[in-house]
Design a protein around this ligand. Structure first.
Ligand code: DGJ
Length: 693
């Protein structure tokens, strides 16, 4: 149905949700978010203050709160006008209702500022989108101290917010925290999304994988974000989402406007699984770059863990040959190929090929890779510079800095001031040249430190640097993609520091984590899967003992784990035994047969090692399904498990292939009674393939 209006009530409708708000002159009131009910039934009472201390504005569930009048609660917008006035008084001026779009125009009763609330309905995808635009339509400047894109007001208290904590190598540690009468703040202040919290919210009271009400949403932004959740004394719960106001402000000159990032959000009664599947489909079909979003991802080889900075043309050629033998389709040279990059202490910024490592340039390696029938990819970290580099020696003023302060290095590097036109031109031109002169199909774009001393003294609006940095980076990626449409891009920031909906508009996949230990990965990948799709999750099989955990895990388990995303190999395959290479060859061949189901199918988290002995994840695409099961640790003699699958068709007969055996069972049997799997010994794993005739 899209959008409906009844009196002052506006209803937004998707396949399974209804979102209602009411237009009042002084207040846009949130009314309802849930399953559909007739719009005609809503009759909001006039809002009453509780006391002189508890104003109508704090009592009301507002669709868009701003700092002004008797508002003491957290608000979405706070501005200062040129004369020092910091009080907004917005009135409803107009609205537009289209079949899948609503715009509400608010204007200050005196000052020349307009705020436009924009809603878009994705009926089929079962999601809504919301964003806000703030316009300066008059004389004088307006300073925006805070501008959030979104707020959600839910009836009642006692909700929990779910997100992740963690750090480098430990991304995605799930947590669930009660939202009481104080604020829960999730945020990044690092310049990128970072490894700690992630820019999404999942709000529920008692939801599980397949049941329970869930309100969820994610911000299309890559940078400092902030999510505030709070229980109000007036009996409702709020969630506000937007660009972090930490050290940030924007000045709008006359005629300028600020478009804030969109939040995609939804509601379901069917638990976390339904939420994830909806988000995955949406991200693939509506956000990811369209030239690759429907294409199967190649099996990749990446040289990082094998050779680190010690990159040599001849050794890379050997790796490429082995990669081809086992079935890889894309060969990627990671860090260490350029400048004087023999460690992380030097070379960043000098994007010319290191002549000692590649005496004849990249050509011999690329020619060999192409002759082997693979594509070639390369690593870059364009936003950064080592102090020990020609770039820094020639342009010490190209980094973020403050006067009279020394810049602090992290990983021996500084952040380039991407808001400078000359830096943007430099970065674009070196990458454009790299892509023009070489047959490159894949770029891994890394970013290995957050910002500090974030001074962009060139900017009139100095505190807009946090926003302008990522804008400049993504603009360069966009221009490169336009000029080199056959190149696909991976977003990496020391592992998973750029996993968000902002980057996925420009990049085709994320590097999820530098932690490649298959046991830890089960947890990292599980939390990743709450919002982000498997097709965008690069996952490598690397060597054991694992460099981070020292754990030794059988190759088959490592493969099965990485096969749950887009498979890559990251070990030193020059050293793999014939037996290991045979296993790799078989597993890659198997992956190629099922990867369309993983990359484009619906994901079901059947059981998690966070709660149970075995971990199992299922993917379903039309008549096919694949299930991966893992037993990290056998308990006593128990090696037989029955798992009940999901998402199949009850009345179809499926051919079930497991450990070389085949049999037929109905979808009803498989989903209600379950199928038996045997997992014997520590780190046992298997893949089950199903298809109906
Ligand atoms: C961090 C990335 O996450 C790694 O995969 C690797 O590319 C290194 N940077 C290279 O410096």
């Amino acid at each position: 149905m899209g959008v409906r209006k009844y009196n002052e009530y506006i209803g937004l409708y998707t396949k399974s949700m209804q979102y209602v708000f009411k237009l009042e002159d002084d207040l846009i009131r949130h009314v309802y978010f849930g399953e559909e009910i007739p719009l005609e039934d809503f009759e909001l009472e006039k809002i009453q203050e509780v006391s002189s201390n508890d104003s109508i504005y704090d009592v009301a569930k507002e669709e868009f709160s701003y700092h002004g009048k008797l508002r003491f609660k957290e608000t979405c917008l706070k501005v200062e006008f040129e004369d020092g006035t910091r009080d907004l008084v917005l009135k409803l001026k107009d609205f537009k209702v289209d079949e899948d779009y609503v715009e509400v125009l608010l204007k200050d009763e005196h000052y020349k500022i307009e705020v436009i609330l924009k809603y878009k309905v994705y009926e089929e995808e079962d999601l809504l989108a919301r964003c806000i635009e703030v316009k300066n339509v008059g004389e004088g400047i307006i300073k925006i101290e805070k501008a959030f894109s979104f707020e959600l007001n839910l009836d009642g208290l006692g909700y929990y917010i779910n997100n992740v904590g963690g750090h480098w190598g430990k991304e995605g540690v799930r947590f669930r925290q009660q939202v009481g009468y104080s604020k829960v703040v999730l945020e990044s202040r690092k310049g990128n999304t970072g490894h700690n919290n992630n820019p999404y919210f999942i709000i529920e009271r008692d939801a599980e994988e397949d049941r329970g009400e869930v309100y969820f949403g994610a911000l299309e932004y890559s940078g400092n974000f902030k999510i505030v959740a709070e229980g109000m004394p007036y009996g409702y719960t709020r969630v506000l989402v937007g660009i972090n106001d930490f050290d940030t402000s924007i000045t709008l000159e006359e005629g300028q406007s600020l478009a804030l990032p969109t939040v995609y959000f939804g509601y379901t009664k069917k638990g976390l699984g339904e939420m994830s599947r909806r988000m995955h489909r949406f991200v693939i079909n509506k956000l990811m770059p369209i030239n690759f979003n429907q294409r199967i991802r190649p099996v990749l080889y990446n040289s990082w863990e094998a050779t680190l900075f010690d990159v040599k043309c001849s050794e890379q050629i050997e790796l490429a040959k082995r990669a081809k033998e086992i079935g890889c389709e894309l060969f990627v040279v990671d860090d260490g190929w350029f400048g004087e990059r023999n460690s992380d202490r030097a070379g960043l910024g000098d994007w010319y090929v290191n002549k000692e490592k590649f005496p004849q340039g990249l050509k011999p390696l690329i020619d060999e890779v192409k002759a082997l029938g693979m594509d070639f990819g390369i690593w870059v970290e364009p936003e950064m510079v080592n102090i020990d580099s020609n770039l820094y020696r020639n342009h010490p003023d190209w980094v973020y800095h403050f006067n009279n302060r020394k810049c602090t290095t992290a990983r021996n590097q500084l952040v380039l001031n991407m808001t400078l036109k000359e830096v943007q031109d430099y970065v674009y031109s070196v990458l454009d040249e790299l892509l023009t002169q070489n047959d490159i199909s894949f770029i891994k774009w890394d970013m290995n430190r957050p910002f500090s001393e974030a001074g962009a003294l060139n900017l009139k609006d100095k505190r807009s640097v946090w926003i302008k940095h990522t804008e400049a980076v993504f603009e360069i990626v966009k221009r490169l993609r336009e000029k080199h449409p056959n190149v696909h891009f991976e977003a990496c920031a020391s592992g998973g520091g750029r996993v968000d909906l902002g980057s996925i508009r420009y990049f085709d996949q994320y590097w999820t984590s530098d932690n490649t230990d298959a046991f830890d990965r089960l947890k990292i990948q599980e939390s990743y899967s709450l919002i982000y799709p498997a097709i965008a999750m690069r996952a490598w099989v690397t060597d054991c003992p694992n460099f981070l955990t020292n754990r030794i895990i059988p190759l088959k388990f490592r493969f099965h784990c990485a096969m749950m995303g887009t498979l890559g190999i990251g070990g030193n395959i020059n050293k793999w035994t014939d037996e290991e290479k045979k296993i790799a060859m078989d597993m890659i061949e198997e992956y190629k047969k099922i990867r369309h189901i993983v990359q484009f199918g619906d994901l079901y988290r059947l059981s998690s090692i966070e709660k149970e002995e075995i971990h199992s994840v299922q993917y379903v695409l039309k008549d096919e399904s694949v299930v991966f099961t893992f037993l990290p640790r056998q308990n006593y003699s128990k090696s037989k498990f029955r798992i009940r699958l999901k998402g199949l068709e009850l009345d179809k007969r499926y051919k079930v292939k497991i450990e070389g055996k085949e049999y037929f069972k109905s979808g009803a049997y498989i989903m209600n009674y379950g199928i038996d799997v045997e997992l014997k010994g520590d780190y046992a794993s298997n893949a089950i393939y199903l298809k109906y005739e």
